[in-house]
Design a binder for this molecule. Structure first.
Ligand code: FAD
Length: 549
């Protein structure tokens, strides 16, 4: 098999034209190309009048043709042997695992990181125990709707907590910019496809799954983990991580105290708790676990008609089925030294209430697989840093998040409505009193007014400079009627639970901080990849293997 990169064709081409393009590009005779498959397909929409599809293809050629092409310098930039992308397990536990001197590994949190860690450990025969503070995904869906429809927040079962983790009520975008030389992202995607995700996620360059499909998929992966000897306990919060410290303050994990009163002994704990488990962060710090503050971002959600974004990005081709609903990614470096960027853009989706704490309002975005809701939404956020913006102590970033979320709750009317403002009014610094052509999608509702009160001055200054700059790239971005809703504070974790090369916390052996909450992932795919890496690290230590990681 050889891989052909960077083959470009016009948007509206036929299957035959794709085959002819391969033959033409590589000067092959028809009989030399036995068959081919698409490894990835992306598009280049920089010229709206000439949108191109870009293919990465695996070609099955006759042996002679394959040798000839690989030896031909003319093709060395676009042709190479197809890499082996299949996942290889690093270890396999003996059938009688756990032996008398071994304890089962424990994973705290069943979001994408915990799910992949548990699945890979189960596949290696390590029979992991997963502890998840929230409910199973069906009950969790009902609890989450409780806030969106009836303003009733369940602080242990919501958008942030429960089976599937924070990514369950989301757009299910599955791309990441992490370096992935071992194709671990492919392993994550393949497991998602086995569990019911659409097969095209393996092929398109910006795949997404959407909320409904994610729910079923998560249940199927849970069933597979259980079938392989793993155990998943919902409604079970880890309240204390027991850490025995020596005089050099190097600790060892010995066990966990659970919300049901149980003590669970273990020496291997994957900490995949997400970025919203603030009480658990506090507990870890009290127990002496090494934690550092890290940068994150704050801002608003912005909503436009999807048709405005489609037109700006795709021109006459807006609505083309291959292109789907258009997305965008924007960055602006401001005069005050701050950077503003778009984040977690959800084409054809809705803005959702995403708090996990009472008396606070947090926004985020989600969509279904079809992405056919009327509005496009994205976070528009400003980067902030510990030294400059929350220098007081390790968890001061959380204090700042809480302060802004409480302010948003007050501005919204103290009933979980989100404060909102028309973009035009925000730019003119005039409070909004009436909606115009864009209907906000946030549920339970919005309260119009002066949204700038929800953020520090430097952030408003930066966002007011960035929105008109973004309008130069996406015509209509600064339109008067677009809606801003606030606040967006859970963009990433405000802390990093540092780990060493062996994936264990810098001062706590047996504790494997992982995923978004620990600062090692930013999204579903990268959290899943990180889950695989820590599963491997646990297996190596637990089984006493001499394998470099
Ligand atoms: P999480 O998914 O946060 O999972 C952590 C789990 O740990 C939770 O289920 C929590 O209940 C549990 N937990 C916490 N503390 C404890 C404890 N003490 N005991 C037991 N259990 C505990 N990313 C994308 O890539 N694409 C998207 O389209 C996308 N959209 C999003 C939309 C929304 C509304 C939200 C909220 C997030 C979205 N994200 C998206 C981000 C993505 O969901 C996260 O990056 C990802 O879920 C992080 O995975 P994780 O496993 O590290 O943590």
């Amino acid at each position: 098999m050889i891989r052909l990169t960077d083959l470009k064709l016009p948007l509206n081409h036929s299957d035959d034209e794709l085959r002819s393009a391969i033959l033409g590009k590589l000067s092959l005779a028809d009989a030399e190309l036995r068959d081919f498959s698409i490894f990835k397909r992306s598009y280049d929409a920089r010229k709206k009048g000439n949108i191109l599809l870009i293919y990465l293809l695996d070609l099955n050629l006759t042996a002679d043709a394959e040798q000839r092409l690989l030896a031909d310098k003319k093709f060395s930039n676009i042709v190479r042997p197809s890499p082996d992308t299949e996942y290889k397990f690093l270890a396999q536990a003996p059938a009688n695992f756990p032996g008398a001197d071994q304890q089962r590994p424990v994973i705290i949190g069943f979001g994408p990181c915990g799910i992949l860690a548990a699945l890979v450990m189960a596949q290696m025969g390590l029979k992991p125990i997963v502890l998840e503070r929230g409910q199973d995904v069906r009950q969790r869906t009902k609890d989450t709707w409780g806030l969106w429809r009836e303003r009733k927040l369940n602080t242990e079962s919501n958008v942030q907590y429960g089976e599937g983790g924070a990514g369950t009520f989301s757009d299910g975008k599955l791309y990441s910019q992490v370096k992935d030389r071992r194709f671990l992202g492919r392993k994550v995607m393949s497991e998602f496809v086995k569990a019911g995700a659409p097969e095209e996620i393996l092929m398109v360059s910006k795949p997404h799954i959407g909320t409904f499909k994610l729910v079923k998929m998560v249940e199927n992966i849970r069933a597979e983990i259980t079938r392989l000897g793993g155990e998943i306990r919902f409604n079970t919060k880890v309240e204390t991580v027991h850490r025995v410290a020596n005089t050099d303050d190097q600790g060892q994990i010995t066990g966990l105290s659970l919300s049901n009163g149980e003590y669970l002994p273990t020496r291997h704990v994957v900490l995949a708790i997400g970025h919203s488990a603030r009480d658990t962060f506090e507990m870890l710090l009290q127990q002496g676990v090494y934690i550092e503050p890290k940068p994150f971002s704050i801002g608003f959600r912005i909503e436009h008609p999807q048709s405005v974004i489609d037109k700006a990005r795709f021109g006459e081709q807006a609505g083309h089925p291959i292109l789907g609903a258009a997305d965008y990614k924007l960055v602006h470096h401001c005069k005050n030294g701050r950077s503003v960027y778009s984040f977690c853009m959800c084409p054809g989706g809705t803005v959702v209430a995403a708090t996990s704490e009472e008396g606070r309002v947090v926004t985020n975005g989600m969509s279904q697989y079809s992405r056919n809701e009327r509005n496009a939404n994205a976070a528009i956020v400003v980067g902030i840093e510990p030294d400059k913006d929350y220098p007081d102590h390790v968890l001061a970033g959380i204090d700042l998040q809480r302060e802004l979320e409480a302010l948003a709750y007050q501005l919204g009317g103290e009933n979980y409505d989100a404060p909102a403002q028309l973009v035009g009014d925000y730019l003119r610094n005039t409070p909004s009193s009436e909606l115009a052509s864009v209907t906000p999608s946030y549920k339970p509702g919005v309260s119009l007014g002066d949204l700038s009160k929800a953020l520090p001055d430097f952030a408003n200054e930066a966002i007011r400079e960035a929105i008109p700059a973004f309008d130069k790239q996406i015509k209509g971005f600064a339109m008067n009627d677009a809606i801003l809703t606030g606040v967006e504070t859970r963009t990433s974790s405000p802390i990093c639970i540092k780990r060493g090369k062996d994936y264990q916390n810098l001062n706590t052996r047996g504790l494997y901080p992982a995923g978004e909450g620990a600062g090692y992932a930013g999204g579903i795919l990268s959290a899943g990849i990180d889950g695989i890496k820590v599963a491997e690290a646990v297996a190596i230590d637990l089984l006493g293997l001499d394998i470099p990681i």
